[in-house]
Design a protein around this ligand. Structure first.
Ligand SMILES: NC(=O)c1ccc[n+]([C@@H]2O[C@H](COP(=O)([O-])OP(=O)(O)OC[C@H]3O[C@@H](n4cnc5c(N)ncnc54)[C@H](O)[C@@H]3O)[C@@H](O)[C@H]2O)c1
Length: 318
């Protein structure tokens, strides 16, 4: 079985590609443009790990490059596509909205057109918890109204809507994955947990937005990857077009995380700053649909996973 993973040098794409390659039964083709949104060396390190597997093939391509993307689809004949390549980040979207239009809208559309043309069995694509905006009907289920609050969230909402149209008119099969704050080994240095650890080891001041009064439904990468694997295995039972929250349903206050970090001797200087206007105060997803379908039950204990993340950082990033 051949699977395309876009954004394969990114956090989630890399982690999922590695999981599939470890099974030894999948051929994986990875695509990434190594953009410089965060440390390119981290992306290269991830990609080098994948390149050690003989079933892995990598293409440095931008998903907005229509011709090159089509050529890859034509040559490879994928069974499934997992689309993670996107311009991520909520705060960055205030200053660089065009990047979201290009990668998240045109890039997404290029992938979708080829999924249709080359009859891929199903496209799994990354959406985001940020589509819910400030909806406070916690825990938020997939049927809740969505109110994107920034260009990033809007780009994900539009992805979901284009997906609906492609399903309705062209019978393309799709599964949207609304990720909620994924963290863990090989994670993203622009996100809270790794940013905090990084600040400590690089002697930088950590800026704590909204004085730490944020709550996030932190979800461990190991759980997210195991869940995606179950979705792939059960793909025949999936509806033709549906969306899942990928979340642990256990919201944690940032202050609690900082206390735990300090207990583990991760103690950077902290500067408390006011709320950033693109930020959302709280995320808390309902995962009962996901659990019902996948039968995945045992979400990791966040303290244990965070400890593992700190140990991974000390071993690999210092
Ligand atoms: N990590 C999270 O908590 C989280 C939460 C919600 C949604 N998501 C979504 O999940 C997906 C993966 O997120 P991630 O955390 O792994 O982010 P990431 O930034 O680590 O990975 C994205 C990868 O895509 C690549 N990329 C970006 N634009 C590209 C383009 N035009 N062409 C080719 N490659 C391109 C980047 O170089 C990067 O390696 C994204 O769509 C993101 O919006 C992530």
């Amino acid at each position: 079985m051949k699977i395309l993973i876009t954004g394969s040098a990114g956090f989630i794409g890399f982690s999922f590609a590695k999981k599939l390659l470890e099974k030894k039964i999948y051929k994986i083709v990875g695509i990434d443009n190594f953009n410089d949104y965060y440390d390119i060396n981290l992306k290269k390190k991830r990609n080098n790990i994948l390149k050690n597997y003989k079933n892995y093939k990598f293409n440095k391509v931008d998903i907005t490059d229509k011709k090159k993307i089509e050529k890859i689809f034509k040559n490879e004949k994928f069974d499934f596509v997992f689309h993670f390549a996107a311009q991520a980040g909520v705060r960055y979207s205030i200053n660089f909205p065009r990047k979201y239009m290009e990668s998240n809208l045109m890039g997404f559309f290029n992938i979708l057109e080829n999924v249709k043309k080359y009859r891929v069995k199903r496209l799994f694509y990354a959406s985001s918890s940020s589509v819910y905006g400030e909806n406070k009907n916690f825990p938020l289920n997939e049927k809740e109204n969505i109110f994107p609050k920034n260009i990033y969230a809007l780009s994900k909402k539009v992805n979901e809507e284009i997906a609906n149209i492609f399903n309705r008119y062209y019978k393309v099969k799709l599964t949207g994955l609304r990720f909620f704050t994924i963290y863990g080994e090989w994670g993203r240095p622009d996100m809270m947990m790794l940013k905090f650890i990084n600040s400590y080891y690089n002697n930088k001041t950590f800026e704590l937005y909204n004085f730490g009064n944020h709550v996030r439904d932190f979800t461990y990468i190991g759980d997210a990857v195991a869940i995606m694997y179950l979705l792939l295995k059960k793909h025949k039972k999936l509806d033709n077009n549906e969306i899942f929250n990928i979340c642990s349903n256990k919201p944690i206050n940032l202050k609690e995380i900082i206390l735990f970090m300090k207990k583990n001797e991760i103690n950077p200087k902290i500067k408390k700053v006011t709320l950033q206007k693109a930020d959302i105060l709280k995320t808390h997803g309902n995962n009962s649909k996901l659990i019902r379908f996948t039968k995945f039950k045992k979400f990791s204990d966040w303290k244990e996973s965070l400890k593992r993340t700190i140990e991974w950082y000390q071993k690999n990033m210092l």
